[in-house]
Design a protein around this ligand. Structure first.
Ligand SMILES: C[C@@](CO)(OP(=O)(O)O)[C@H](O)COP(=O)(O)OP(=O)(O)OC[C@H]1O[C@@H](n2ccc(N)nc2=O)[C@H](O)[C@@H]1O
Length: 373
């Protein structure tokens, strides 16, 4: 049984990554980057446990993909690491960043099998360029470019992180706390993804799958004699509205379920519970905007949507164009990719009896293709 736990840090908000997508959600084939790295490490069978730190929103979605141990990250890399260390029960802990996506099995084996006497084993690269520090040329043979993953004695790292100072790597914290470290040659291909152009250096990443992901949504709301009616993001001129916790825009609700369905992210009620006061009378366009932002962060691109509004009343023919404009703006796609259909039910059923409106929606997504940046 291994006496090493692997912590993969993936709670960053990718502030330096020049795209709206979070880099841990870039797709490698059909897998998000974080899953690609975690499963590659798992296959080595070198670890007793693999812990992934991430933001709470991300963790809820990550759990759809795999059953690794997920820990909510903190406001900094160091805080995230401290949160994860609470789950470590092995003598040694290997800490890496998801952004170092091409660490190899051989590299992991080397660092874990290196039995130094120090509290921390640190991979580094030599420098081949001339180095000027504070306007002074310095001896580059004395310079080390430090990498992760770093292997620490768990107790030494826990103690070191009790210090108030923030450190950018484990060995600096351990040495500042009076501990020791040894350096071993690192892996030149273990580049870290910080900026978009870094992706070109990572040879182990394959392009995202070009699958089309399709989802459907269905929602119903009963008429309400009082209140205003909003449908498809548009105010409808009518003497009645919809019974609902929110503004009752049943077309947007069905559309949200279609988008979440295509992304494999559950449904609207899971994301916006109808007993949460935050959503009382809320403008459903705000809910849609939140969903679009989340899909973008998680590496999805919206291709097109198609809605069918089943209603004996109101007649919506004159509102369709406005609905398409409003929805296409929020979805950030051309309006011709937003189709709105309407149908009566020939006076059959609850819709035909003018008790309410039902909407079916379809949405198609694809993965953001980072190879075409
Ligand atoms: C938009 C919101 C927020 O204001 O409320 P409304 O304005 O429609 O009332 C909700 O997101 C609108 O959620 P929606 O999913 O349409 O509501 P419901 O049909 O009541 O389902 C609520 C939750 O219960 C779950 N559910 C529903 C039916 C069922 N047989 N079993 C379930 O587990 C669904 O997964 C959903 O997450």
């Amino acid at each position: 049984m291994s006496n090493v736990t692997l912590i993969l840090l993936a709670a960053g908000s990718s502030t330096r990554f020049e795209l709206d997508i979070k880099k841990q959600w870039l797709r490698v084939g059909n897998q998000p980057l974080w899953q690609f790295v975690a499963e590659k490490c798992e296959k080595t069978k070198l670890f007793k446990k693999i812990i992934i730190t991430s933001s709470l929103d991300d963790i809820e979605f990550m759990k759809y993909y795999s059953d690794f141990v997920f820990i909510e990250g903190g406001n900094s890399r160091q805080e995230s690491l401290k949160n994860s260390l609470k789950e470590v029960d092995t003598e040694f802990v290997l800490v890496s960043d998801i952004a170092r996506s091409c660490i190899s099995e051989e590299f992991l084996q080397n660092i874990i099998s290196y039995r130094g006497k120090s509290d921390c084993i640190v991979p580094y690269l030599k420098v081949n360029d001339t180095i000027v520090y504070d306007d002074q040329t310095i001896d580059r043979d004395r310079v080390k470019v430090v990498q992760t993953p770093q292997l620490s004695i768990t107790s030494a790292l826990i103690s070191a992180l009790e210090q108030k100072e923030e450190f950018t790597d484990e060995s600096s914290a351990i040495v500042a706390n009076g501990g020791s470290r040894e350096f071993i040659l690192g892996q030149s291909s273990a580049h870290k993804i910080t900026h978009i152009e870094d992706l070109k250096k990572l040879q182990c990443l394959t392009p995202p799958s070009n699958d089309i992901l399709s989802g459907t949504g269905f929602d119903v709301h009963a008429f309400d004699e009082k209140g205003e009616m909003y449908l498809g993001g548009v105010k409808i001129d009518s003497k009645y509205g919809f019974k609902a916790h929110s503004d009752g825009d049943v077309a947007i609700h069905a559309l949200i379920d279609a988008l979440l369905g295509a992304a494999g992210m559950g449904d609207i009620g899971m994301m916006f519970p109808d007993n949460d006061t935050a959503y009382k009378n809320i403008d459903s366009k705000k809910l849609l905007k939140r969903v679009v932002t989340t899909l973008c962060n998680f590496g999805f691109v919206i291709i097109n949507v198609d809605l069918t509004i089943a209603a004996q009343k109101p007649k919506i023919g004159n509102y369709k164009l406005q609905m398409r404009k409003v929805l296409s703006t929020i979805l950030n796609i051309e309006s011709q990719r937003v189709n709105i259909k309407a149908t009566t039910t020939e006076k059959l059923g609850f819709i035909g009896r003018c008790e309410g409106v039902g909407v079916i929606a379809n949405a198609n997504l694809k993965y953001f293709d980072w190879t075409k940046i």
